[in-house]
Design a protein around this ligand. Structure first.
Ligand code: PMP
Length: 401
């Protein structure tokens, strides 16, 4: 008898559990459209050549393996913030942004959740879009927050429920915290337009809400990292003291390196120093300090103009391949004279496509065609290739008519 003897079996993760089922499937036609990791048109994991070059440069520098500080590698954090807020960001120039390196985007969200729970109170609310990235909910709950949802997706139009969003922002108590996806909303692929972002910023300002941006796809969404940072920069320009989680998993293809950043825009440098000190206290007790290799790779790229340009081209190529696959999937469905409108496939942006399929339809596609994607109808566009797009379209058509 031990503590573990009576421990119940936990349910499989909805996304990673799907991969397990896929791996067990012996049908040669099987396709995995579950996990959000980019694949080349050959269906294989992809390492950017700018990253390969950075790896060589890092190796040549023969770094030691001492600990980074609690806040990580300062040079990386500086570059990371300039990447998001813009090189000429007044907030950065005025030294009023507290920033730390984190364990990718997940770690940044978790640390920020902890900060909200500590300084706004255990059990205080965070509003997340409905739906949102599945992990946001347990991350924020584990941090001690109450998760509330604001309207986001409209199943009727397979588009944004902007009116619903605005009324939920309006109805929330003043000074609430709202989690926003900076670009390429996961799972829907639906983002507000620039005008809608501006309107939201204005309303949130008048309600004194705090915007916490989760930015997991900068550059990966449109192919242009500056464009994908538009909403973040607009909120800062409008005077919001935003918090921001950044991930370099998708845009730099550094998934397993766990490289990201968390920053908080403050009113002045003194406030930023206080916030920075609390971030370090939270991190110290959680994991002490972050790993250094990913930070070194991103630093090599973002500190060098030639490598940065090469990275930008490669990031655009990844985004373009996804955009091309969206067009291909829609075209193939339309060629089959589908009764449904598939316009949303090309309207949506980023790694994922929210097909609008019901759970029943998803399960039928899985059973009949051995195509694996989540029960909410989300497919990872990154798993679609020129070779399988026709098969996928035909399989979706077979259940949707
Ligand atoms: N936020 C969102 C919206 C995401 O889609 C993801 C990746 N699936 C993350 C955060 C975090 O990813 P990572 O921890 O790998 O950076």
């Amino acid at each position: 008898m031990s503590v573990w003897s009576e421990m119940p079996m936990g349910p499989a993760d909805p996304i990673l559990g799907l991969t397990e089922a896929f791996n067990k499937d012996t049908d040669p036609r099987k396709v995995s459209l579950g996990v959000g990791a980019y694949r080349g048109d050959d269906g294989k994991p992809f390492v950017l050549s700018s990253v390969r070059k950075a790896e060589k440069l890092v190796l040549d520098k023969a770094f030691n393996h001492e600990y980074a500080g609690i806040a990580g590698t300062p040079e990386f954090t500086k570059l990371s913030l300039a990447f998001a807020y813009g090189k000429d960001s007044p907030a950065l120039k005025e030294n009023r942004v507290a920033g730390v390196q984190t364990l990718s985007g997940t770690g940044a969200c978790r640390v920020m959740g902890e900060m909200f729970a500590r300084f706004r109170g255990e059990g205080s609310a965070i509003y997340v879009p409905n739906p949102t990235w599945g992990n946001h909910i347990p991350i924020m709950k584990n941090a001690g927050l109450e998760v509330k949802k604001y309207r986001y997706f409209d199943p009727e139009t397979v588009g944004l429920d902007f009116e619903g969003l605005l009324s939920d922002v309006q109805a929330a108590e003043d000074e609430s915290v709202f989690l926003l996806h900076a670009c390429a909303h996961n799972p829907t692929g639906i983002d507000p337009t620039q005008d809608q972002w501006a309107e939201l910023s204005k309303l949130m300002k008048s309600k004194k809400h705090t915007a916490f941006f989760d930015c997991a796809y900068q550059g990966f969404a449109s192919g242009d990292a500056e464009k994908d940072a538009w909403a973040i920069r607009r909120f800062v320009e409008d005077g919001h003291c935003i918090a921001l989680a950044q991930s370099f998993a998708k845009n730099f293809g550094l998934y397993g390196q766990r490289i990201g950043a968390l920053s908080v825009v403050c009113n002045d440098p003194e406030e930023a120093a206080r916030v920075g000190s609390q971030l370090k206290i939270v991190i110290r007790a959680m994991y002490s300090n972050p790993p250094v290799h990913g930070a070194r790779l991103v630093t090599e790229i973002l500190s060098d103009d030639t490598l940065s340009q090469e990275w930008a081209g490669e990031c655009k190529a990844m985004a373009d391949r996804i955009i091309a696959m969206r067009a291909g999937l829609r075209e193939n469905l339309e060629k089959l004279n589908s009764q449904r409108s598939w316009e949303h496939i090309t309207d949506q942006i980023g790694m994922f496509c929210y097909t609008g399929l019901t759970q029943e339809e998803v399960l039928k596609v899985r059973e009949d065609s051995h195509i694996y994607f989540t029960n909410d109808g989300r497919i990872s566009m990154a798993g679609i290739t020129s070779d399988n797009v026709e098969y996928i379209a035909a399989s979706l058509h077979a259940v949707t008519g």
